[in-house]
Design a protein around this ligand. Structure first.
Ligand code: BGC
Length: 716
């Protein structure tokens, strides 16, 4: 619905003004001092300075001062004084940096996700940012892809739950409210399926698979009122997403009834020429506008060619008015016509950005993100009387934010965290020279390991802090090798030789290949990149102030050669039964099972599952199971409920997560956990792509991860 104000504006605006609303440029075009990073190859933009006055939105301008200046200057120049929409990539925090999204996925706690996004929204809002390009709803099955760190993992259900929480956190009840911003879900669609995990690569899959796995999280964002959708760089079924009429028109607009604004990714309209789809800029504009891409980010085709296209009847003025109407309505919904600065305030920046209250919450969320992968009983450590050697490039590093985060000088290193939490222990850090990003050079530690380790052989325990540089995952950071650098691996082997317990802490934005290192360690923690409170949170877990509760949102391969690898796969006709039979679906040089399955993670407590009861009541499956804490330590368990549809009109996945519950159990406490599965929850796209429930036999699997479940069959 278009308001009266927007109707009147549309009636009065020139075509050039309208097209200006459909362009987004980086802040450097409006303000010479801007230093924000360019995220795309600089293609030459063809417009004259005079045209800048028409532009309707800014990318990545992130301080109140700059945003107030840009808004004031631009509105003065703008013929109708229309306020700018100020958008930014605030992916896991604006000033207070939270764990990377993959780590947030590991919390299995949607409230934690929502809270992080609420704080990000408040901090953005006072800095004058009106919209964030988050959440990223791309499902990922291949950790060679660098942007796996920005995703919530490999499962459509977990992904959707997290995306919903993020949208709610950013937008609240009304984006006009103080501290709220609009959210843009990205990258529609299936960018996470880039072939071979290579960045910006092609995507090709059946529509059944697309709808079953890849689309649900974007759809969930739309159903929960997300204001904007960003198209992906990739092609789907041979058509670049920015011009993909089937996905944009048929599915997003018509089927899902999306009423908001669609924006391209960085220069993606122009890049349809490079793909070999559009023959020139004019055709690129025609195809993207007609597919329903309302804003062109960082390319100039609309501005220069739309007028010609309209006069030739290839683009209609109604389509332009429709797009501009939606953009202006978003500005209206944000309240920008009354208050173009919205919540921007340097005073409030001082009050809220990186304030103690936000850091405190960041620490709690970080605690919940750390996955305990291995523990022979060495963890948790005692808080006094120990001498701890902390070795490796992340021992004292404060560069633990992860891609897309603006670094601040207030992060806590592992060493600092350990000293904060257990000041009565002694710590010594060695071999702590930092790695550099792969693109810029020095990517391994020096090999004086053997000699250096001699100096800490009197330590009681050794913490090996290893991983990949924080900028080696994220956009344009695909890899074919997921192992640690050579000398970091050597560090693990040499540390083991000291005959002291070795705890390996992994700093990474993706699952790494670590199976071969496990025999040389006593415990392993997946630390990810957690942002400001990294060291404190790791220490909370290491000393048992927080009993680890995180679970893997993505499968860990034994070997990079297994990728893509994921739990919710279709069965083959010859599944690997771990027999010695040759002609089965398996590798001859590696097991086909993962190193760690989806949903896996240990605790300091020990939980046991027993007595699964499954009944049908009123057309619903009711499944109940007893979960008992068999240890003397209070802990949180994530009880996971999977379903397998035994046969269908098309092949069905071997397991699908349908629900999960986090329960806190006192020592030796036993509770019964109940799940309710409706026919609606069991629907899928059949061979005609219709969304149906099919009656038949279902297997219900409840357990602590996707591989360890108790099973029962039922007919519905
Ligand atoms: C990324 C987007 C991002 C945009 C704007 C692109 O390169 O793919 O995720 O929002 O840049 O910075």
């Amino acid at each position: 619905m278009i308001s009266q104000r927007v109707k009147e504006l549309l009636a009065d605006m020139s075509l050039e003004e309208k097209l200006g609303q459909m362009i987004q440029l980086q802040a450097r075009y409006f303000c010479e001092e801007d230093t924000s990073e360019l995220t795309g190859p600089g293609q030459k933009l063809e417009f004259v300075n005079e045209q800048i006055k028409y532009m309707g939105s800014v990318l990545n301008s992130k301080t109140a001062k700059q945003n107030i200046t840009i808004q004031t200057q631009q509105m003065e120049k703008q013929p109708h004084h229309i306020p700018m929409l100020i958008m930014g990539d605030v992916i896991h925090g604006h000033a207070t940096i939270f764990p990377i999204p993959l780590a947030i996925g590991a919390t299995f706690n949607t409230e934690a996700c929502k809270m992080a996004c609420e704080i990000s929204a408040l901090e953005c809002a006072v800095s004058g940012v009106h919209l964030t390009f988050s959440p990223m709803a791309d499902l990922v099955r291949d950790s060679r892809w660098g942007r796996v760190m920005e995703s919530y993992g490999e499962d459509p259900f977990l992904n959707s739950q997290m995306v919903k929480a993020a949208v709610e956190g950013y937008q609240g009840d009304s984006i006009k409210d103080f501290g709220k911003i609009a959210s843009c879900v990205k990258h529609f669609a299936a960018y996470g399926a880039s072939e071979a995990g290579r960045e910006y690569n092609s995507v090709d899959m059946s529509e059944g698979t697309l709808r079953e796995y890849y689309l649900p999280a974007y759809k969930c964002a739309v159903e929960n009122g997300v204001k904007m959708v960003m198209t992906a760089f990739n092609i789907v079924d041979r058509v670049p997403m920015v011009a993909n009429r089937h996905l944009l028109q048929d599915i997003l607009y018509n089927e899902w009834k999306f009423k908001g604004v669609v924006i391209s990714d960085f220069a993606a309209v122009y890049e349809t020429i490079v793909h070999g789809y559009s023959k020139d800029r004019k055709q690129a504009a025609e195809r993207a506008i007609n597919a329903g891409c309302d804003i062109e980010m960082m390319s100039d085709t609309y501005l220069n060619y739309a007028e010609e296209l309209i006069s030739e009847g290839r683009v209609s003025i109604e389509q332009i008015d429709h797009a501009v109407g939606k953009i202006l309505m978003l500005k209206e919904e944000l309240g920008l016509f009354e208050n173009p600065y919205k919540d921007a305030s340097e005073l409030n920046e001082k009050k809220y950005l990186l304030c103690d209250a936000h850091k405190k919450i960041a620490r709690k969320i970080s605690d919940q993100s750390i996955v305990l992968l291995e523990n022979d009983g060495i963890l948790p450590l005692k808080k006094d009387g120990l001498k701890i050697g902390i070795v490796g490039p992340f021992a004292t590093s404060k560069h633990v934010f992860g891609a897309w985060a603006k670094e601040n000088n207030q992060s806590v290193s592992l060493m600092e965290g350990i000293n904060n939490v257990a000041p009565n222990n002694k710590t010594v850090a060695i071999i702590n020279d930092e790695l550099e990003a792969r693109l810029t050079g020095f990517i391994d530690i020096k090999d004086s390991i053997h000699k250096d380790l001699e100096t800490i052989k009197d330590c009681d325990v050794i913490i090996v802090a290893v991983g990949e540089h924080e900028k080696d995952s994220g956009e344009a950071a695909s890899k074919v090798n997921l192992r640690l650098s050579e000398n970091q691996e050597k560090l693990v082997y040499e540390a083991y030789k000291l005959e002291k317990p070795v705890i390996m802490v992994l700093f990474s934005g993706r699952p790494m290949e670590i199976g071969h290192l496990l025999p040389f360690t006593n415990a392993v923690l997946q630390g990810w990149f957690l942002g400001n409170e990294m060291g404190n949170a790791l220490a909370d877990v290491i000393f048992g102030d927080y009993n680890p509760s995180a679970r893997l949102p993505i499968t860990y391969p034994r070997s990079v050669g297994q990728l893509p690898l994921y739990y919710n796969a279709y069965n083959t006709g010859r599944p690997d039964l771990e027999s010695n039979e040759k002609h089965m679906s398996k590798y001859i040089d590696c097991a086909s099972t993962p190193l760690y399955p989806f949903g896996y993670g240990l605790s300091y407590s020990r939980f046991e599952y027993d007595n699964l009861r499954v009944v049908i009541e009123d057309d619903k499956i009711i499944a109940e199971i007893d979960v008992e804490n068999k240890s003397g330590i209070k802990g949180k368990e994530t009880v996971q409920c999977y379903v397998r549809d035994i046969s269908g009109s098309v092949v069905r996945p071997v397991a699908e997560l349908k629900a999960f519950q986090q329960i806190e159990l006192n020592p030796y406490e036993k509770v019964s956990c109940k799940f309710l599965l409706t026919k609606e929850m069991l629907k899928f796209h059949n061979d005609q792509l219709e969304w149906v429930f099919e009656s038949g036999e279902y297997e219900i699997m409840i357990g602590c991860n996707s591989s360890q479940t108790t099973k029962a069959k039922v007919i519905l």
